[in-house]
Design a protein around this ligand. Structure first.
Ligand code: GLV
Ligand code: MG
Length: 356
């Protein structure tokens, strides 16, 4: 075979090998490392209390709860035949219920459903401006965000809405998890990424029917060591998904929020889930029952000692910088310019909570 024919065969092979592959994302992922990340509209997100849109009587109670965010749901907690009723209830609540200074959100139906456009159109047209955020479920690609953005923008413009709706995007399918960086950077409306653990488990075909929480089979057995008893250490099956959401959200100035924990009779389990989310950088967690609200608020609020220590770090660094130093020792531990950012985040969070 001549050289030119051989090269053409190689080129053909490469082309067919590439066919069907997904183009690299153009938003979110490929900025310069010196880009200043713009933070989304600041809000407290320690706890998001979900209320099914069908539960008209419960909505005013949720409005009086201590949750930072109340989410009225039109998606999975509402049966197909109840969608219209739920939407009417939510519109009524948005006009009549006093939500105080809470963030008010509505989880609309996903793009997969014909209920979605009506949720968007009717809520914006009929419910005034009290809704702050649409929670968009089952986001799979940046184009989903574009579509939701375009629809919301049209209706907002048509009614002359002054306050622009923000988006909370639920990452809960393998496609969304794959495309997460493009999704996170796809709209100026984006404020938060949420981990929809139940649908994610279904999408990955994970062998569990629990909503969130650990799995007794996900762990490791310590090595054999003669006759010594071996230990089994449980792992967190959601670690990868949670970390990926935290990274994509923070890299795009969004808040990562952990999703539901289904066992409402297990406050200790819920609390442990809150702690591991907070340790990873999650901003807060959903509550699917009012009893979970106080737990999330407690865990996702910096404690007094933590705030006092953060203030000491800031003071120490102020002194250091006056003396032309970039790092000093505080209580025998190194603090440097990165410590200022860590401490500042804690102090700012505490101030936002105090202002609530
Ligand atoms: C939430 O929507 C979930 O699927 O967990
Ligand atoms: Mg879901």
């Amino acid at each position: 075979m001549g050289l030119s024919r051989m090269l053409s065969r190689v080129a053909q092979g490469l082309r067919s090998g590439l066919k069907g592959r997904v183009a690299a994302p153009v938003t979110g992922a490929f900025r310069n490392s010196f880009t200043v990340v713009e933070e989304a509209t600041p809000r407290l997100n320690r706890c998001e209390l979900y209320v099914p849109g069908t539960q008209a009587k419960i909505i005013p109670k949720a409005a009086k709860s201590k949750a930072d965010v109340v989410v009225m749901d039109l998606e999975d907690s509402v049966a197909a035949g109840e969608k219209e009723t739920a939407r009417k209830n939510v519109i009524h609540a948005l006009k009549e219920v006093d939500f105080g200074n809470k963030t008010v959100a509505v989880r609309i139906n996903g793009l997969y459903s014909h209920h979605m456009y009506k949720d968007v159109v009717e809520i914006i047209e009929q419910a005034g401006e009290r809704c702050d955020v649409f929670i968009v479920p089952m986001v799979g690609t940046d184009k989903d965000v574009y579509m939701a953005d375009a629809l919301v923008s049209q209706v907002e413009t048509a009614v002359g809405r002054k306050k622009k709706l923000g988006f909370g995007l639920i990452i809960e399918a393998t496609m969304g998890m794959m495309n997460i960086h493009a999704i996170a950077g796809a709209s100026k409306r984006n404020e938060s990424l949420h981990f929809g653990v139940a649908d994610y488990a279904a999408s990955t075909k994970s062998r569990t029917t629990n909503i969130g929480g650990p799995n007794r089979y996900y762990g490791v057995l310590t090595d054999q060591d003669g006759d010594k008893p071996r230990d089994f250490f449980w792992g967190d099956p959601w670690h990868y998904a949670m970390s990926r959401i935290v990274v994509a959200a923070r890299a795009n100035g969004l808040r990562p929020v952990d999703g539901p924990f289904g066992d409402i009779a297990d406050p200790d389990g819920y609390k442990a889930q809150c702690f591991r989310g907070a340790a990873l950088g999650m901003e807060g967690k959903w509550a699917i029952h009012p009893s979970q609200v106080a737990i999330a608020n407690e865990v996702f609020s910096p404690g007094e000692a933590e705030v006092a220590q953060a203030k000491r770090v800031l003071e120490a660094m102020e002194t250091a910088q006056r003396e032309g130093l970039g790092a000093v020792s505080l209580d025998g531990k190194l603090v440097d310019i990165a410590s200022i950012k860590q401490a500042d985040a804690i102090v700012k969070k505490a101030e936002a909570i105090a202002a609530m």
